[in-house]
Design a protein around this ligand. Structure first.
Ligand SMILES: Cc1cc2nc3c(=O)[nH]c(=O)nc-3n(C[C@H](O)[C@H](O)[C@H](O)COP(=O)(O)OP(=O)(O)OC[C@H]3O[C@@H](n4cnc5c(N)ncnc54)[C@H](O)[C@@H]3O)c2cc1C
Length: 381
């Protein structure tokens, strides 16, 4: 069997790339070890489609993502659950470390706006106009009207369905276990079932937390990327969700998303732990309590909300400088990798796929991918 473009990983990045390539008329095979959206791109709730306080090096991709998200469901012919709710990054302190607080707000707003992420600084009264149930400590916010949320599972399966409809082969329960190379090019991949699939033009390694091991074992390339287990909670407030926007926080580990069924997704940087017996991540009780207490300090209405789900089973890859590696695999002309999303890879996925598909088809790297080289971690002479 032979395909021109072979993609490893059926999360949002692999499925989006499969769609972009198939939509351009290319011959595509996507191989997913388990089920589609069984990794970081799946699970309950929503993911933030957020430019606010994103690393500035990612903002060209975010600008492209803002362009793509509103019409994506129509182009795919399948729902993504995307809503442009607007996003607020709440500020309570005058100064927080070197990067936060009211003192830095105007600088962040100017830098973000200049990069295509329109951002306003709001004082407390204007924040309360948008979010009347906020607690007394909030003194202002960075407001990004183009931010929003989307259903990550629906988006991932929508990309896969649209890819299939454009002729891509999408195979689940087919782990890739080996990569064959010759003359600085990938020639084939092998699967756990013993199949050998020839790669015509390019291999895209988009298996997130699995990518560092695959790169090390099959290509001899080490990336400073590791696995974390983000914690996500679902709570049911006694009344309607007290917020309507995507909520982030300047100094607290907190992210809040109102969900369509009246519940609220609570997350924002808390972690679970690996359970070797279960073979997956599980929540840590102290972190669940800490995340809930933080939420209640910002929205009092969440203090007596009922916790109905705590999840830490969706591993995510993190990189040493907190932005992804999106690059040609060093030393191999026709292999590309995307990993190290560091907890914010979903929002930019349509833009990454657009850029990566262009690069893989034409050989020309789009400028928006320039900051994400593997070489930035290499030792300099
Ligand atoms: C709780 C939580 C909240 C988040 N919140 C946000 C947010 O608000 N905004 C945002 O932008 N991002 C957010 N993220 C991050 C975002 O979800 C991820 O960056 C993104 O989903 C990663 O997509 P992916 O396709 O690279 O990886 P994954 O979805 O993990 O997909 C990788 C796939 O590769 C498969 N695989 C692994 N090894 C192999 C192999 N050898 N062969 C074949 N297949 C293989 C896996 O089974 C998996 O399905 C969050 C993540 C989590 C977990």
């Amino acid at each position: 069997m032979k395909h021109q473009f072979v993609i490893i990983g059926g999360g949002v990045h692999g499925c989006a790339a499969a769609w972009m390539l198939a939509d351009a008329g290319e011959d595509v095979l996507l191989l997913e070890a388990a089920g589609l959206a069984s990794g970081a791109s799946g699970g309950f709730g929503r993911r933030g489609v957020r430019g606010n306080r994103r690393d500035l090096r990612e903002l060209p991709l975010m600008r492209a993502a803002y362009r793509l998200w509103p019409t994506l469901a129509d182009r795919l012919g399948h729902d993504t659950g995307y809503r442009r709710t607007g996003g607020l990054n709440l500020i309570e302190q005058e100064t927080t470390g070197t990067r936060g607080g009211l003192v830095a707000a105007h600088a962040h707003a100017a830098a973000q706006t200049a990069q295509g992420v329109p951002t306003e600084v709001l004082d407390r009264d204007r924040v309360l106009d948008l979010e009347p149930h906020l607690g007394p400590a909030v003194r202002g916010a960075l407001y990004c009207p183009l931010d929003g949320t989307a259903d990550h599972t629906a988006t991932t399966t929508a990309f896969a369905a649209a890819a299939r409809e454009r002729g891509a082969a999408v195979r689940e329960h087919t782990p890739v276990t080996g990569v064959e190379r010759s003359g600085g090019r990938v020639t084939a991949v092998t699967t756990a079932g013993g199949e050998r699939i020839e790669v015509g033009r390019a291999l895209l390694v988009l298996n997130n937390t699995g990518a560092p091991d695959l790169l090390r074992d099959a290509f001899g390339v080490d990336l400073p990327v590791w696995r974390v287990l983000p914690q996500a909670l679902r709570v049911r407030p006694k009344a309607d969700p007290p917020m309507t926007h995507l909520i982030g926080h300047d100094h607290r580990s907190l992210s809040l998303k109102p969900l369509p069924d009246g519940s609220v997704m609570v997350s924002g940087g808390w972690r679970g732990r690996w359970n070797p017996d279960l073979g997956r991540g599980e929540p840590v009780e102290a972190n669940v309590r800490g995340n809930l207490a933080t939420a209640a300090e910002v929205y009092a209405a969440l203090a007596d909300a009922e916790l109905d789900l705590a999840d830490a089973s969706r591993p995510e890859s993190c990189s040493a400088d907190e932005i992804p590696v999106i690059d040609r695999v060093p030393g191999t002309a026709n292999a590309f990798v995307g990993t190290g999303w560091t907890g914010h890879g979903f929002a930019i996925a349509p833009a990454v796929a657009e850029a990566l598909a262009f690069w893989a088809r034409t050989g020309a790297r789009p400028d928006s991918l320039a900051p994400f080289t593997a070489a930035r971690f290499a030792r300099r002479p």
